[in-house]
Design a protein around this ligand. Structure first.
Ligand code: SF4
Length: 261
């Protein structure tokens, strides 16, 4: 029995749902620590064969040729604000809020001058609005004072903005400036990367590092969009629609709902 099958068998013996992925993570951990050789990597449940990854990327692109960021925006600043608002919130909800928000505060300077309660009032329905308003207000102030009111175009500079971590910075760099500085790792990219055996890491920064090692740089931006679309439409969290999945023959996830191999 291969290690991958052992992991699947262990997972199958557990109760359905979240317990499955928990079991896989537990089973994979000791091997992952010793992951020095190709055999050890295989034991960790990773599937990093370049030909397989190339085929994964080909099928993702074929399935989602027009995948792009779903957050409505007209410039880099609006995208940055929308991405901050999208934390713990759906893009659809953010898109309902931002047109009114940007009408009321049409520039970073307008946000910088606005009171926190005034911003909170506009973004309340996106949740965590106290923190989000604080981040947006502080980011706007720093943008005005340090960057001439313009969104900077480097990772290092973006990370100095309050409320901006690598995910938001990668979204802004990739979508607004077409700069592939990293891979956007949101909840969908993280879940799918595990199911597809591209990483065993849990921390988004480690996941991003793993993906940057195995995905060619010229695919980093589109790969994230495609994975997010796939995670929303097919490889959903609780009950993935494996029978309809174009990646099914390449996928050995323990919680598949249908398997042809
Ligand atoms: S086969 Fe199922 S688990 Fe694997 S990527 Fe497709 S939908 Fe997700």
């Amino acid at each position: 029995m291969t290690a991958r099958k052992a992991v699947k068998k262990a997972a199958a013996g557990k109760k359905a749902g979240a317990a499955v992925s928990k079991t896989r993570a537990t089973a994979a951990k000791p091997a992952a620590k010793q992951a020095k050789s190709p055999a050890a990597i295989k034991d960790a449940g990773l599937e990093l064969d370049p030909a397989r990854i190339a085929e994964l990327l080909r099928r993702l692109r074929a399935a989602y040729p027009d995948a792009e960021c779903a957050l409505l925006h007209r410039n880099a600043w609006e995208l940055l604000v929308a991405t901050i608002l999208s934390a713990q919130c759906t893009d659809a909800r953010v898109n309902m809020v931002t047109p009114g928000l940007f009408r009321k505060f049409p520039s970073p300077a307008a946000f910088a001058e606005a009171s926190l309660p005034a911003i909170e009032e506009e973004i309340r329905s996106t949740g965590f609005y106290h923190n989000k308003a604080k981040s947006i207000s502080s980011a706007a102030k720093r943008l005005v004072s340090e960057f001439g009111g313009k969104v900077p175009q480097t990772m290092d500079e973006l990370l100095t903005l309050p409320g901006v971590a690598r995910k938001t910075a990668n979204v802004v760099l990739g979508v607004a400036f077409q700069k592939a500085e990293g891979v956007v790792v949101d909840t969908h990219v993280l879940r799918l990367s595990h199911r597809l055996g591209l990483t065993r890491a849990e921390d988004p920064k480690r996941v991003e590092e793993d993906l940057m090692r195995v995905i060619p740089r010229d695919r980093w931006i589109a790969f994230s969009h495609e994975m997010i679309h796939h995670g929303r439409q097919i490889c959903i969290a609780r009950k993935p629609r494996c029978a309809e999945c174009p990646l099914e023959t390449l996928c050995h996830a323990a919680d598949k709902t249908e398997s042809s191999h």
